[in-house]
Design a protein around this ligand. Structure first.
Ligand code: MN
Length: 211
């Protein structure tokens, strides 16, 4: 069962991440999503829908539009399709504790093969049609490891601009990642106090998020 490891790592009584339904049939249009994740280390989770789950890689530096730059992408456990809608905060102490921002989403198409393509061969070339990322990309596995390299192919969407710097906001909420952490801290603080002013609230929030 594809989602066993995903579920084993998480406490669904505590985190708001989705449990995931029974693996559903593959759709014609395959989705992709990239989530910016401020866990113990900031990284970008790159996820491609395949066979009813999201194949997933943690990309420490995020994607680069420069075809000369190869970004390390560590393959992690498959995630449920519903995870592609998740934006919010995973409680501290839980697996991946920290804020998750929906950085990009859209559809993808395999370039070399049809939708029956598998990642088992360790190389896949594909087209992204997202809100931020477009054009041809390649993921290639390094030997027999869980380490892959994510790189942009040369086309009209290649660029030397730093896309993660340039477009930091969520494609869902328009928030930056610090704002996602902040709204959570604010909510928690509110539940413990009846009287508050905007200034003390702001102060508390800042102290909380700096920890
Ligand atoms: Mn992550």
């Amino acid at each position: 069962m594809a989602l066993r490891e995903y579920r084993r790592k998480r406490n669904f009584g505590s985190t708001k991440e989705p449990f995931g339904k029974k693996t559903s049939k593959s759709s014609k249009r395959l989705t992709f999503v990239i989530q910016k994740h401020a866990a113990s280390r900031l990284h970008y989770d790159f996820r491609l829908e395949l066979n009813g789950v999201l194949k997933s890689w943690a990309v420490p530096k995020g994607p680069s539009l420069d075809p000369h730059i190869k970004r390390l992408a560590v393959q992690v456990e498959d995630h449920p399709l519903e995870y592609g809608k998740f934006e919010g905060t995973i409680p501290q102490g839980e697996y991946g504790g920290g804020s998750v921002l929906l950085w990009d989403r859209g559809i993808w198409e395999p370039l070399d093969k049809d939708e029956k393509v598998t990642l088992e061969e360790g190389k896949i070339k594909f087209l992204l049609k997202g809100k931020k990322l477009h054009g041809a990309w390649t993921l290639v596995r390094i030997g027999d490891t869980s380490n892959w390299l994510l790189m942009k192919e040369t086309d009209e969407y290649a660029s030397d601009e730093d896309i993660t710097e340039l477009l930091p906001k969520s494609v869902r909420s328009g928030k930056v990642i610090e704002a996602i952490g902040r709204s959570k801290a604010s909510r928690v603080w509110h539940s413990h106090s009846k009287k508050s002013t905007a200034s003390t609230r702001e102060h508390t929030v800042r102290k909380t998020t700096k920890k």
